[in-house]
Design a protein around this ligand. Structure first.
Ligand SMILES: NC(=O)c1ccc[n+]([C@@H]2O[C@H](COP(=O)([O-])OP(=O)(O)OC[C@H]3O[C@@H](n4cnc5c(N)ncnc54)[C@H](O)[C@@H]3O)[C@@H](O)[C@H]2O)c1
Length: 343
């Protein structure tokens, strides 16, 4: 049987479409770049020259008048996502949408209702599920070496004075929706449990806009694991990027060496400790002063492979496999973002 080729239209010719979606669509033989849409004529011309896509349109209606795509990739600014997804469903197209799915939770629910009503497929591009970084963390969690995981801390830090559309709240900007959508989703993927408690502080520090460029959030998942997230675009000193804590050990990431350092003990190798009676610490000493037979392990990030997201897309859109990013998890990301904004 010959392989189905998905005729694909890309909406938006900005950073993510140009650097990621279009090259991936061209690279994969299950997809055909049929048309692109962007209001800027220069970008359509550039796409014609760079990617040999002759069919560039200023607006989606013009594109639908000439094409019947199987798949529409929504890579326009977030404020256009809802309209363009609903429009694609009306034209009986499946949708692959860039994150975040929408501006709000009610808009998300409207999109999911339309998806269910139309019977079309919808998945959100959440690349941080597919990175080699996610693969190492998955390995660490599944190895059980650190015991029961009580906390994952992640920090993304930089000094970046944003002035583009993402610097403004009215456009769905801000680092919570931008990077936060990635890492809340990644934690959901790794931990496989929704969130039960949410704390979040948002600040606009060095941005030219009104949207936050600093996020401090602490989430508790239903399995009790804590996710501590820092997104800080106002620091020149980098924060420790990763810490994974379990009751038998910890793992941290070394940015310079691109490696993960695990330090842990084997529970069977430690003698049992008995609680002391009375209200006087024995020998006036706190702690056991025992020598722990620590084990160490270094995991090089380069020994883990990233997943091919467009291969996952093909499996879902063409071969009816389950979505790599289930829509229920996308809704949870949007619910958490909404609740963070209301903290
Ligand atoms: N998954 C990721 O890693 C990732 C990375 C970057 C951006 N994004 C997301 O992708 C989306 C686009 O972001 P970007 O950084 O590429 O933006 P960008 O500012 O670089 O580009 C936006 C493009 O969309 C075009 N555009 C504007 N209105 C349009 C419309 N109505 N229809 C079609 N195109 C329109 C603009 O002319 C521009 O070419 C956002 O939702 C963003 O959050 C995701």
């Amino acid at each position: 049987m010959s392989k189905q080729i998905l005729k694909t239209a890309v909406l938006g010719l900005g950073r993510i479409a140009w650097l990621y979606h279009i090259p991936e669509i061209i690279k994969h033989n299950g997809f055909e770049l049929a048309a692109v849409v962007d209001p800027l004529p220069d970008r359509r011309l550039e796409a014609a020259m760079e990617f040999k896509v002759a069919d560039g349109y200023a607006a989606t209606e013009e594109m639908y008048a000439a094409h019947k795509p199987d798949l529409v990739v929504v890579a326009s600014p977030t404020s256009f996502h809802k309209f363009q997804i609903l429009e694609a469903f009306e034209h009986k197209c499946d949708v692959f949408c860039d994150k975040p799915l929408a501006l709000s939770l009610p808009d998300t629910d409207e999109i999911i209702a339309a998806m269910n009503k139309s019977g079309r497929k919808l998945m959100v591009y959440q690349p941080h599920r597919a990175t080699s970084e996610a693969a190492v963390i998955k390995w660490i969690l599944e190895s059980g070496l650190l015991g029961k995981i009580y906390m994952i801390k992640h920090a993304i830090s930089n000094f970046d004075r944003r002035a583009d559309w993402q610097a403004f709240r009215k456009n769905g900007g801000g680092m919570l929706s931008n990077y936060g959508a990635h890492y809340i989703d990644q934690f959901l993927y790794l931990n496989r449990a929704n969130f039960s408690k949410i704390f979040c502080e948002l600040r606009s520090l060095v941005t030219s806009g009104d949207a936050e460029d600093m996020v401090k959030a602490v989430f508790t998942a239903e399995n009790n694991a804590i996710f501590d997230l820092d997104i800080n675009m106002a620091t020149v000193q980098p924060l420790q990027p990763w810490f994974i804590g379990g009751n038998c050990g910890t793992a941290v990431f070394n940015q310079e060496e691109m490696s993960w350092q695990l330090k842990y003990f084997i529970p069977e190798e430690l003698p049992e400790i008995k609680p002391q009676n009375g209200m006087a610490a024995a020998g006036r000493v706190y702690g056991t002063c025992e020598v722990i037979p620590w084990k160490t392990q270094i995991l090089r990030q380069s020994d883990f492979s990233a997943l091919d997201f467009y291969a996952k897309c093909y499996e879902y859109y063409a071969e009816d496999c389950p979505p790599f990013v289930p829509i229920a998890e996308t809704r949870e990301v949007m619910r958490v973002i909404e609740q963070c904004r209301n903290c």
